[in-house]
Design a protein around this ligand. Structure first.
Ligand code: SAH
Length: 219
């Protein structure tokens, strides 16, 4: 096993457990989410030169002008996605480096993830293989369209900020399912949770966040 995998010093299990303690202090309550955050090797999802900073409470560059969210935001979105229960099928828009995908793959049976940049899809594929995550399907494409062939989803998680919710995504939610995404209004962004009910859709505004924008088409 290489040093990178065994996790020495700043990438060790102990460092990861310190991150979990911090997440607890920051208000993450779901014990399943906390234990998953303690298991997924976040340092395998960033460039080697940044691995020693992987467990700090910061977002990090993943190339191509994109970023991996800070651990608290990933944990919070996963907590909102779970809403206290196990998940069957999840769709993520914005695979990036694959870290959020790896976390979701531990709380859901099946994760589908779409990324508009081919280079990032390739990077994520390698990271997920290194971390031995198998229950994910990655696709290069425009997330606005979702993945109709795999719908309906229990949860749709979007990790890029938008001013409008793509209609196709709402249609791919199961009744009782939730879509969690950063919504931009003016100069601020909030996490938003849309729930599909038998009667329609309800929306709740949550924490202030800071995501890169959802872009049109494929890069
Ligand atoms: N969840 C990621 C965070 C990635 S940042 C992680 O854990 O690393 C947001 C990602 O959304 C970027 O990789 C960006 O390329 C992607 N993105 C932006 N617009 C998109 C679109 N229309 N369809 C699919 N992916 C998109």
């Amino acid at each position: 096993m290489s040093i990178r995998h065994s996790g020495i010093g700043m990438t060790s299990q102990r460092t990861r457990m310190r991150m979990v303690e911090r997440l607890r202090q920051q208000g993450i309550r779901d014990e399943i989410v906390l234990s998953v955050m303690g298991e997924v090797p976040r340092h395998l999802f960033v460039d080697e030169a940044l691995a020693h900073r992987a467990y700090e409470d910061i977002s990090l560059p993943i190339g191509f002008g994109q970023t991996i969210s800070n651990p608290h935001t990933v944990a919070r979105m996963t907590e909102l996605a779970r809403a206290g229960g196990d998940l069957n099928k999840v769709l993520e828009i914005g695979t990036g480096c694959g870290y959020q995908c790896a976390v979701m793959a531990r709380v859901a049976k099946e994760v589908h993830s779409v990324e508009r940049l081919l280079q990032l899809t390739a990077k994520a594929r390698k990271h997920l293989r290194d971390a031995r995550v198998i229950n994910v399907r990655l696709r290069h494409g425009d997330g606005h369209a979702g993945v109709p062939t795999a719908a309906p989803f229990d949860v749709i998680l979007m990790t890029a900020a938008t001013t409008h919710v793509p209609k196709a995504l709402l249609e791919q939610l199961k009744v009782g399912g939730r879509m969690i995404f950063p919504m931009t209004k003016g100069t601020t962004q909030h996490l938003s949770v849309i729930e599909r009910t038998a009667q329609g859709y309800t929306e709740k505004k949550m924490d202030v966040v800071n995501f890169v924008p959802l872009l049109p088409g494929t890069g």
